[in-house]
Design a protein around this ligand. Structure first.
Ligand SMILES: *Cc1c(COP(=O)(O)O)cnc(C)c1O
Length: 385
């Protein structure tokens, strides 16, 4: 089976991890700060806080922004469930904003309309909006930032798909237009630490809070303590936190992986361009590229034409039978049973639901060979004829 995504692990990655296994620290050693520094340097951002997953990064980001009961978080329905769950973990409510049918990102027009409706009707405005850079292509952050200035919400970019991508002249993760940006390092993502995540920010206070929250709220920093230390063993718990620490084993893998980030993204573009050419004649919609964005190309999603929507399952199954590990990203979050129990229904976000009915993610990862890619193109061509 050719999977839709696959990690790319080199001998150098392996050697780096083995070195940690032979070292004094498996966790809380020198590798985590080294990994954080590599993300800071790459993204051009002041702070990077490494944690044990993208989900944890979203959670500490929400907590750092003081999200709690009575607050609302707005995000896209076409994302992994974690983008919405982080709000629920803080006791906040979730609302969705329908997608832009060209980019599958949260629609800035729909966001603006919903904000105005709420304001005019005296309803609740969001405390935090979480734009998700779907497939690695940035949302229109200038527009979202302008709305945040007007309506007073904070912004967490869910850039789980987007490390190595750019928006205008900024690297994603720079937080030029947001409070916090979150990355995931799950093996299907662009860079992997097996499991892991990072939250970046320009704001020192937010970074400090996330550092506390990932480590049970505990600090050894005398500057933060409420009283002089009893001795060198002394630490204080200042917040109710979690054990969301990244290990040195994971961070070492991340450091090694970061060195090839640009190369990996550039290979993803070459593969995507080749798909664009090879699939151009088929009755499918190919990924739209915003001219303000350099996508990290985490996913290559094709949309069956409207008339073929009812064939999606058959096309999916025929590709799987031919050994092509296609997938579907994502089932609209508001239609999940957990969110239905909170009152969401089918029909709430029509563009997201229409997208879901027609979408297929086809294999895209740096070690995909030309032969494998030709196999994917041939299989899709025959499945659609
Ligand atoms: C992968 C992913 C996450 C969660 O990341 P984990 O590292 O798996 O916890 C969150 N949001 C999006 C959009 C993702 O794709």
């Amino acid at each position: 089976m050719i999977p839709y995504g696959r990690q790319d692990i080199t001998q150098e990655d392996i050697d780096t991890v083995v070195d940690v296994l032979r070292s004094d620290y498996l966790t809380q050693g020198p590798k985590v700060p080294e990994f954080e520094k590599s993300i800071q340097d790459y993204c051009g951002v002041a702070h990077a806080v490494a944690v044990n997953s993208g989900t944890s990064a979203l959670h500490v980001a929400c907590l750092a922004l003081n999200l709690g009961p009575g607050d609302e978080v707005w995000t896209s329905p076409i994302t992994f469930v974690a983008s919405a769950n982080c709000a629920r973990h803080c006791g906040a409510n979730v609302e969705f904003v329908d997608i832009d049918p060209r980019t599958y990102n949260l629609s800035t027009e729909a966001l603006e309309d919903k904000l105005k409706d709420r304001k005019n009707s005296g309803g609740t405005l969001p405390s935090v909006v979480i734009p998700v850079h779907f497939g690695g292509q940035s949302c229109d952050m200038v527009a979202i930032r302008a709305l945040s200035d007007e309506f007073g919400f904070r912004i967490i970019e869910d850039a789980s798909h987007a490390i190595g991508g750019r928006y205008r002249d900024k690297t994603i993760g720079s937080c030029r237009y947001s409070d916090i940006t979150v990355f995931s390092f799950h093996p299907v993502k662009i860079v992997t630490t097996a499991e892991g995540g990072v939250a970046t920010t320009e704001n020192a206070a937010l970074a400090q809070k996330m550092v506390l929250l990932r480590n049970n709220g505990v600090t050894r920093d005398p500057a933060l303590m409420t009283r002089p230390a009893d001795g060198q063993w002394y630490y204080e718990q200042l917040e109710l936190g979690y054990n969301y620490r990244m290990t040195d084993i994971q961070a070492a893998l991340g450091c090694s992986q970061m060195q090839r980030l640009d190369e990996k993204v550039s290979i993803r573009h070459q593969i995507a361009n080749r798909y664009d050419a090879g699939l151009a004649a088929l009755p499918i919609v190919l990924p739209f590229r915003e001219d303000f964005s350099y996508s990290a190309f985490h996913l290559y999603v094709v949309l069956l034409e409207e008339a073929l929507a009812s064939n999606r399952r058959a096309v999916f199954e025929s590709l799987r039978e031919r050994g092509i590990g296609v997938n579907v990203h994502y089932i609209p979050v508001h239609t999940q049973p957990y969110f239905r129990r909170l009152g969401f229904q089918t029909g709430d976000y029509p563009y997201a639901e229409d997208y879901y009915a027609r979408a297929l993610s086809i294999p895209l990862f740096p070690t995909l060979t030309r032969e494998q890619q030709d196999e994917v193109i041939a299989a899709l061509t025959s499945a659609l004829s």
